[in-house]
Design a binder for this molecule. Structure first.
Ligand code: IPD
Length: 267
């Protein structure tokens, strides 16, 4: 077993336990603990409890590693590895009782920023749907025991794409412009699933041909981006030239990546 595979196994184990806790808490009812960057940006009591569980397990099993979590913040380490964690990705789905939410756990090496890190391992677990996506660097992306591959080609009807929207209402006009730029000539249809880690996992699994979104946080994309690249897809994140806006993420099968990235203004 390589280091990446050891980290993958740990991420999988903790994601299962954390996801099952999130599901049990959801069945008992949701309480909104606070709003964050915008009124629509909520955190539930379960987000905090689940992240606390993940953090405690990692501290017990990998005490020298650093941590970066959506709800409880960052803590340094000695090993050069950081765990990047979204305890409940798709919090609004979770609050509304939509099953498309996931625990996302990744181990990265280097500076814990998406431009600088090298993702080593990741797990994305949807406890209601019961799917565990996982990947280790140079050892593939998997759904359970099935190896994942992005779609090799896109049919004449066009690509099935997904996108997402940040919480800040001021970014909505830009998001709509982006859809207008991307859809004509490229998309057969567009999905807005509500959990970025799952959108990326679905690109890896060939359930989507591509995905784009502006303004994702590191914990939204850390595990999912590794799933995509280990499944043979392409992943890019950059600020389009001259744009004052947040970085744009594009992930897809290589069959459409250049066209999708160009339409979105990434290249
Ligand atoms: C959000 C989801 C959503 C995406 C937002 C993210 P959260 O994460 O991934 O799909 O559109 O940009 O912030 O807040 O549910 O962890």
């Amino acid at each position: 077993m390589t280091l990446a595979q050891d980290l993958e196994a740990l991420a999988m184990d903790i994601a299962r336990e954390a996801g099952d806790l999130a599901r049990v808490r959801r069945e008992a009812g949701v309480s909104i603990a606070a709003t964050k960057s915008a009124l629509a940006d909520i955190v539930t009591e379960a987000d905090r409890e689940v992240e606390t569980l993940i953090r405690a397990r990692l501290a017990a099993e990998r005490p020298d590693d650093a941590f970066l979590g959506e709800e409880t913040g960052a803590e340094g380490g000695e090993s050069g590895i950081t765990w990047v964690v979204d305890p409940i990705d798709g919090t609004v789905n979770y609050a509304y009782g939509i099953p498309a939410y996931a625990v996302s756990i990744a181990a990265v090496r280097g500076e814990p920023t998406p431009e600088d890190w090298e993702a080593l391992a990741g797990a994305v677990y949807t406890p209601v749907i019961g799917e565990l996506f996982h990947a280790a660097r140079d050892h593939g992306a998997w759904l359970g025991a099935d190896r994942l591959r992005v779609n090799s080609e896109v049919g004449p009807a066009g690509a099935l794409l997904a996108t997402g929207f940040g919480y800040d209402p001021a970014t909505r006009p830009g998001d709509i412009e982006l859809i207008s730029a991307v859809m004509p000539g490229l998309a057969r249809d567009l999905r807005r699933g509500g959990a970025a880690s799952l959108d990326l996992a679905y690109v890896a699994a060939g359930r989507l041909d591509g995905y784009f979104e502006r303004g994702l946080a590191p914990w939204d994309l850390a595990a999912g981006s590794l799933l995509v690249t280990e499944a043979g897809g392409r992943f890019g994140r950059a600020v389009p030239d001259g744009s004052p806006r947040a970085p744009l993420v594009v992930a897809s099968t290589p069959a459409i990546y250049d066209r999708l990235a160009a339409a979105a203004g990434l290249s």
